[in-house]
Design a binder for this molecule. Structure first.
Ligand code: NAI
Ligand code: MG
Length: 368
C-alpha cells in the first residue's frame, strides 16, 4: 500500500482544537488499515510568527511542497493585529497558495437535513443539497493588467481592471471540474458571460474543447453566469459541479454557502498543478476563521474541519467511499441531536469540541 504524506497545519485560535478531532479520525483510518499515512505537522499564521518571525517558515513551505495533502485549521487573531503587513497570519496562507500554485478553489454548499431549517430558503429547496463550486483562483480580473486609477484632464478619474485568461488557465480548471464530477454525479455546469465578454467566449470554447479531450463521460452544460445566479437561488439542487472564473466564482460561492444556513460548517479545498505522478497539490481547510472569541474554551464546532478531511479522502486520497462514510457520520451525529453551541437549538444536546469529535468518530468507526 502506497504511503500518503499528510501535513497538518493547525494554525491559531480554534485551529488546533478542531485539528485534534481530525487526528482522532485519522487514527481510526490508520488503525483499520484503510490508508498508510505519514503525518507531519508544521506552523502557519500567528503561531509561526511567534516561533520564527514569519507567517510560515521556508522549512514548512518545503514540507507542504513535499506533502500529498495539506490540512489547515485557521490562522489569525487580535494578538497579531499590529504585526507588519507582510508578516500577518494571512500572509502564511497566501504564500502557501502561491508557492503550491493552488489555482482551483473548491467551495461546496452542503445542507445537512438536520439543519435545513436554518437556511434562508425553504427546507424542500435545500434539504440534502450538495453542490460544488470550482472557482478559478489565480487569474482573471483580480490580477489582470492594466489595473489602475488615472486622473483625466477634465478633473475626473478613470479606473481600469482587466480580465485576462489564457487557454492553459481555463483548460486546467476545466480538467479539475471534470475529474471532480467523476467522483460525484458526473455533471458539470460551466458559467461565463460569452454574450458580452471576449474572455467569456474563450472560456466557453476552451471548456468545450477540453471536454472533448477524454472527458465525454461527464455531462457538460453551459449557462450564462447571471442566469446561473438566479437558478442557484430558485432551484439549487439541479446543480452538481459548477466551474467558473475568479470573479463570478467569488460571488456565486458566497451565495451558495448561504443557502445552507451553516457557514461555520463548511469545508473547502484549493487544488494545484499535477506533479510528475499525476497527483495534484492540495490544501483542505474549513471556510471559517480562528474564532478568537471562543478559542481555548473547548466549544468550537469541529465539523467543518472534519468535513475538510472528508473532502481530502474523496479528492486527493483516493477513498471516496470512506469519505461518504465520514460525511454520513457527520450527518448522523446531527440527526441524533448532538450539537455544539453555534448550531444548538431547543431539543438538541449541547456538547463541546471533544464530545462532538468523539460522536462523529464513534459513528464513523461503526460504519466502517
Ligand atoms: P471567524 O470565522 O473566525 O468567526 C466568525 C464567528 O463565527 C465568530 O463568532 C466565531 O466564534 C464563529 N465561529 C467560527 N468558526 C466556528 C466554529 N468552528 N465553531 C463555532 N463557532 C465558530 O471569522 P472572524 O471573526 O471574522 O475572524 C477571526 C480571525 O480569523 C481573524 O483574524 C481573521 O483574519 C481570521 N480568518 C481566518 C481565515 C482562515 O484561516 N482561512 C478565514 C476567515 C477569517
Ligand atoms: Mg468572497
Amino acid at each position: 500500500m502506497a504511503t500518503h504524506r499528510l501535513l497538518l497545519l493547525p494554525g491559531d485560535g480554534i485551529g488546533p482544537e478542531v485539528m485534534e478531532e481530525v487526528k482522532r479520525i485519522l487514527a481510526i483510518i490508520e488503525a483499520r488499515g484503510i490508508l498508510s499515512l505519514s503525518i507531519d505537522e508544521g506552523l502557519v499564521g500567528g503561531c509561526a510568527y511567534d516561533a520564527h518571525g514569519v507567517a510560515i517558515s521556508d522549512a514548512d513551505v518545503e514540507k507542504a511542497q513535499a506533502a500529498d495533502t495539506v490540512l489547515l485549521g485557521a490562522v489569525g487573531g487580535p494578538k497579531w493585529d499590529s504585526v507588519a503587513y507582510e508578516h500577518r497570519p494571512e500572509a502564511g496562507l497566501l504564500r502557501l497558495r502561491k508557492d503550491l500554485e493552488l489555482f482551483a478553489n473548491l467551495r461546496p454548499a452542503i445542507c445537512y437535513p438536520a439543519l435545513a431549517d436554518s437556511s434562508a430558503l425553504k427546507r424542500e429547496l435545500v434539504d440534502g443539497l450538495d453542490l460544488m463550486i470550482v472557482r478559478e483562483l489565480t487569474g482573471g480580473v483580480y490580477f489582470g493588467e492594466p489595473k489602475e486609477i488615472t486622473d483625466l484632464p477634465n478633473g475626473q478619474k478613470r479606473a481600469v481592471d482587466t480580465q485576462v485568461y489564457e487557454t492553459y488557465e481555463i483548460e486546467r480548471i476545466a480538467k479539475v471540474a471534470f475529474e471532480l464530477a467523476r467522483v460525484r454525479s458526473g455533471r458539470v455546469t460551466s458559467a461565463d458571460k460569452r454574450n458580452v465578454m471576449k474572455s467569456g467566449l474563450l472560456w466557453n470554447q476552451v471548456v468545450t474543447a477540453t471536454h472533448k479531450q477524454g472527458y465525454e463521460d461527464v455531462k457538460l452544460d453551459h449557462m450564462l453566469a447571471d442566469a446561473l445566479g438566479m437558478q442557484l437561488v430558485r432551484a439549487p439542487k439541479q446543480f452538481d459541479v459548477i466551474v467558473t472564473d475568479n470573479l463570478f466564482g467569488d460571488i456565486l460561492s458566497d451565495v451558495a454557502s448561504m443557502l445552507t444556513g451553516s457557514l461555520g460548517m463548511l469545508p473547502s479545498a484549493s487544488l494545484g498543478a499535477e506533479d510528475e505522478n499525476g497527483r495534484r497539490k492540495a490544501l483542505y481547510e474549513p471556510v471559517h476563521g480562528s474564532a478568537p472569541d471562543i478559542a481555548g474554551k473547548g466549544v468550537a464546532n469541529p465539523l467543518a474541519m472534519i468535513a475538510s478531511l472528508a473532502m481530502a479522502l474523496k479528492y486527493s486520497l483516493g477513498k471516496p467511499e470512506v469519505a461518504d462514510l465520514l460525511d454520513r457520520a457527520i450527518s448522523q451525529t446531527l440527526a441524533d441531536g448532538i450539537r455544539t453551541g453555534d448550531i444548538h437549538s431547543e431539543g438538541t444536546t449541547k456538547v463541546g469540541t471533544t464530545d462532538m469529535g468523539k460522536a462523529v468518530a464513534e459513528r464513523f468507526e461503526k460504519a466502517l
